[in-house]
Design a protein around this ligand. Structure first.
Ligand code: SF4
Length: 921
């Protein structure tokens, strides 16, 4: 066995991972104690990485027009068809759509090919959906797409403001660092600003549940508050910042009294005043913001409203201070470093950066080429698919992302893809919705197979290291792109044999005509020239380091702007005049509810990877809709009932979860479910494509929807052995389905029929089951207590499938059934008494674990509640007894809620007892 140090491929925290590899198998993973992002911690997604590997479900051979072919044929087809498209329709008819999942080296080569050699500016990335507004905000204010802070600043702050960020679920390790720092420093305060009460509120001293989209109004109000009370840092502003008067004038166009701001943000004026006072009176303040700010039609202005307050108060460039945008994806920042956004050229140079076109052209030696570099920016993500719809872009190469799911108006995007004459998809998984639209499919290597670098949210470059061979014929993205470039006649510029060579070129370009000392024309803050010239051994050994890394900062840079010099031409930062705007997606009688979207704790993106780990499916197994209990009541819905949301471009089917943390009139859905996991639960279909005018980022946090019940005649739970789930014909008959991978089979939640058709008879169900499954029902019964049908398919004494008709809320735990499927896979027949238990629908030999709370240690709610009732009434006591909450810590807020609920319940019982006692007296 040997160990490999690498980096987690999920969120922007960028945790270091130590992987144990034994005979070409990754047997376990742990946190890297030496990595400065996580110091040994991993969240549940990171600690399940080894469970998501394996050849099953991987793409292993190239395909052209639906036929498997060899690489030679596939690469020839890509090159010939791209060349033919350019010749017939011009360079601008070809485009690429990349992903923050790609490594920097893959990104670099793709950007160089499309912008440098194919002459098209139309190369954008899914980071547009995540980070583009933060980028535009930083560039406007600070002169560069540069996060000023480090993770240590969160720990050193006196006040941490989480705004539009559910850090506890989306960046769990960073949240745990903050939680620990707060426990150590009782003077630290945390404010959470979010329309929803999330698990991040567990450590909040103050929660502001503002009206969706009112953030800019809130921070404009704060700027005015600071000015009115003499809390601006005039010395800092005079020395380093422009635009204060204009920013204040813009804020003062509205009534900035506490009462007026509070009314517009739907907040309690006293709570607002407390926040304003805390922010204004502390110097060491970090405002950490994420998609709740960025994914808005006014996201850039919201970012600048936050940055304004930091600049005006001098709360930047200091330990524990700064506006900190945290990225969603593992390499969103690395992609931007190479120029992966359509408005960027390369190495933090934009098309309109003075001298940039000439400089990049000389560096890439493209001056003599026809075409030359494109002279202006290309289509940003949403506009790119509109250009495909109009027939202007006719060849699209998508790498490592799934626009058929994640973009707004996802059904319109699918229609555009269907009519695009050439769609090339580089992908590692065989089960994505996008593949249905691909003319050419190229199997790519994945995490644990590829070598390269990523940059996390604090500008820290880390190595991802390959340790396993790619399955079948899968190849690295940089190799695939280079092979196509050679076939197009650009072999000399793409003769890379190893990612170390690409990294070296990238590092050299970052420092090319970039004089950090003189800061004249051509100066870019992004500069890793200090890492140029690494040989393979040096590249392999590269330790995590924060950029800039150059002659002035050979060991990297933890914090930016400490000297008050910014990356603008004048060296001075800029306050922006911000006029608050509400959501662009209007509510009306047809769609009266505000839709919020986001992630769940245990899943990542469209689940193509995390959906392979059964334990990660247990936390939230089905697509859901979180609704305030009174809104649910108004819609005629109860907890766990199936419901339908109708949105701008389609509908969404999910199970209702009553959530008191949801504001009235607002609902929340997760972003993860695709057609691979559910009948119809693609968030993108609910959203209209309203964009931020500066960043082009879609407004994914503020949809407009209608909520109603899903009319149904029946619901059922079906468990099948893996080999029986192939075609899954039950999907055609079901009005709703959700597929939930288990360790040894699959669970399907099904629903269909009409409400008034009456319960299907036993015979009807047996006929239906015989048509669905190749193994006929062998056991069945109708439970006399509830009238529910239960049936099972048994073959040679082994369980092959199991069905119960009825809502899943009535189900006991199903772990025991997964065990029966495991025994069947091993050829073991059902033991004495087990047939009876199949029909009883529970295994009396095992306690029901209830819904999973701690994914790391697989601890269910029932066990936790039992322990609380037994006297373990603290998180620590529960951890000592059950181990829950002791690994990644992500479930600690849920543990606390269960403890509180239990205490409330006991208090209620005590009150009832008292009342009864009095009555008895
Ligand atoms: S917080 Fe979790 S998902 Fe994010 S990088 Fe760390 S281990 Fe991976």
């Amino acid at each position: 066995m040997h160990q490999v140090r690498t980096t987690c491929p999920y969120c922007g925290v960028g945790c270091g991972v130590v992987a144990d590899v034994e005979e070409a198998t990754l047997t376990s993973v742990g946190g890297d104690r030496d990595h400065p992002a996580n110091f040994g911690r991993l969240c549940v997604k990171g600690s399940a990485l080894h469970e998501t590997l394996g050849d099953q479900g991987r793409l292993t051979r190239p395909r052209v027009d639906g036929r498997e072919v060899d690489w030679q044929t596939a690469l020839d087809a890509v090159a010939e068809r791209l060349a033919a498209t350019r010749q017939a329709h011009g360079d601008g008819a070809v485009a690429a759509y990349l992903s923050g999942q790609l490594l920097t080296e893959d990104y670099y080569v793709a950007n160089k090919l499309f912008k440098g050699f194919l002459g098209t500016p139309h190369l954008d990335t899914n980071s547009r959906l995540c980070m583009a507004s933060a980028v535009a905000g930083y560039k406007r204010a600070l002169g560069a797409d540069a996060v000023p802070c480090s993770y240590e600043d969160l720990e050193e702050a006196e006040l941490v403001v989480l705004v539009g960020s559910n850090l506890a679920w989306n960046h769990p390790v960073l949240y745990q660092r903050l939680r620990t720092a707060k426990a150590r420093n009782p003077l630290m305060r945390v404010v959470v600003i979010d329309p929803r009460i999330t698990d991040s509120c567990e450590i909040a001293d103050l929660y502001l549940g503002l009206a969706p989209g009112s953030d800019a109004r809130l921070f404009n109000g704060l700027l005015a508050f600071m000015a009115d009370r003499g809390r601006l840092d005039r010395v800092y502003v005079d020395g380093h910042v422009d635009g204060l008067d204009e920013a204040l004038a813009a804020a003062w166009q509205d009534d900035t009294s506490l009462e007026a701001v509070a009314a517009d943000c739907d907040l309690d004026p006293e709570a607002l005043q407390t926040f304003y006072y805390w922010f204004a009176s502390q110097l060491h303040v970090v405002s950490l913001y994420s998609q709740g700010i960025n994914q808005s039609s006014s996201g850039t202005d919201k970012c600048n409203a936050i940055i304004n307050c930091h600049l005006a108060g001098g709360k930047i460039g200091l330990p524990g201070a700064g506006p900190f945008s945290i990225t969603g994806q593992p390499n969103a920042m690395g992609g931007r470093e190479v120029g992966g956004l359509a408005n960027q050229l390369a190495a933090h140079m934009d098309y309109d950066s003075p001298g940039a076109l000439d400089r990049v052209s000389r560096f890439w030696a493209t001056e003599t080429l026809t075409p030359t570099l494109p002279e202006g920016p290309g289509h940003k993500a949403v506009a790119l698919f509109e250009a495909i719809e109009r027939g202007e872009v006719r060849a699209l190469w998508v790498m490592a992302t799934n626009p058929a799911v994640s973009l707004p108006e996802a059904n319109r995007v699918r229609a555009a893809l269907a009519k695009c004459p050439l769609v090339i998809v580089s992908e590692c998984m065989a089960n994505t919705d996008l593949l249905a639209y691909a003319d050419i499919v190229l199997p790519a290597s994945s995490w644990s197979e590829k070598d390269g670098t990523v940059t996390n949210s604090e500008r820290r470059l880390s190595r991802q290291r390959g340790m396993l061979p790619p399955p079948g014929e899968a190849r690295h993205d940089w190799w695939i792109i280079g092979q196509v470039a050679r076939r197009l006649g650009y072999g000399e510029a793409f003769d890379y044999t190893h990612p170390a060579e690409i990294f070296d070129e990238h590092a050299r370009l970052s420092g090319f005509e970039n004089d950090a000392a003189a800061r004249g024309e051509g100066f870019r803050l992004f500069d890793i020239s200090g890492l140029a010239g690494l040989d393979r051994a040096g590249y392999d050994a590269l330790a995590p380091i924060q950029w800039p890394v150059n002659a002035a900062a050979p060991h990297g840079t933890a914090r930016l702007f400490e000297d008050g010099r910014f990356a603008t031409p004048s060296g001075r930062a800029r306050l922006l005049p911000v006029r608050p705007r509400g959501p662009a997606q209007a509510l009306d009688a047809m769609r009266p509810l505000r839709l919020n979207t986001g992630r769940v704790r245990d899943q990542w993106h469209t689940m193509s990877r995390t959906g392979r780990a059964p334990r990660l499916m247990n936390h939230r197994a089905e697509p859901f809709i979180e609704v305030h209990p009174e809104d649910a009541l108004d819609a005629g819905l109860g907890d766990q009932q199936l419901a339908r949301l109708k949105g701008a471009d389609g509908d969404y089917l999910g199970r209702v979860r009553l959530a008191k943390g949801q504001r009235r009139g607002e609902v929340f859905v997760p972003m993860h479910w695709t057609d691979q996991f559910s009948k119809r639960a693609r968030m993108g279909g609910l959203l209209a494509a309203h964009l931020d005018p500066f960043s082009g980022q879609p407004e994914s946090k503020h949809g407009a929807v209608a909520l109603g019940p899903l009319p149904l005649g029946w619901e059922a739970t079906l468990l099948v052995a893996t080999d029986l789930s192939g075609e899954a014909p039950w999907r055609d008959e079901a009005a709703y389905w959700a597929r939930i991978p288990l360790a040894h089979g699959e669970r399907w939640q099904l629903a269909g029929g009409e409400p008034d058709e009456g319960a299907a008879s036993l015979d009807d169900w047996l006929t239906r089951l015989s048509s669905w499954l190749p193994v006929a029902p062998a056991l069945w019964c109708t439970d006399p207590t509830d009238g529910r049908l239960r049936a099972a398919g048994v073959e040679e004494g082994r369980l092959r499938w199991w069905l119960m008709v009825g809502p899943p809320a009535e189900l006991p735990g199903l772990t025991w059934l997964d065990e029966r499927l495991a025994e069947a896979a091993r050829g073991e027949a059902l033991a004495e008494g087990q047939r009876r238990r199949l029909l009883a629908g529970c295994d009396s030999g095992e306690a029901d674990a209830g819904p999973l709370v701690c994914s790391c240690h697989q601890v269910g709610q029932q066990a936790i509640v039992a322990a609380i009732h037994g006297g373990d009434t603290s998180v620590e006591a529960l951890g000592a007894r059950l181990a829950c909450g002791t690994q990644c810590g992500s479930c600690i807020p849920e543990l606390k809620s269960l403890i509180e609920e239990s205490a409330e319940q006991e208090a209620r019982h005590a009150r009832v007892d008292q009342k009864l006692e009095k009555q008895a007296l």
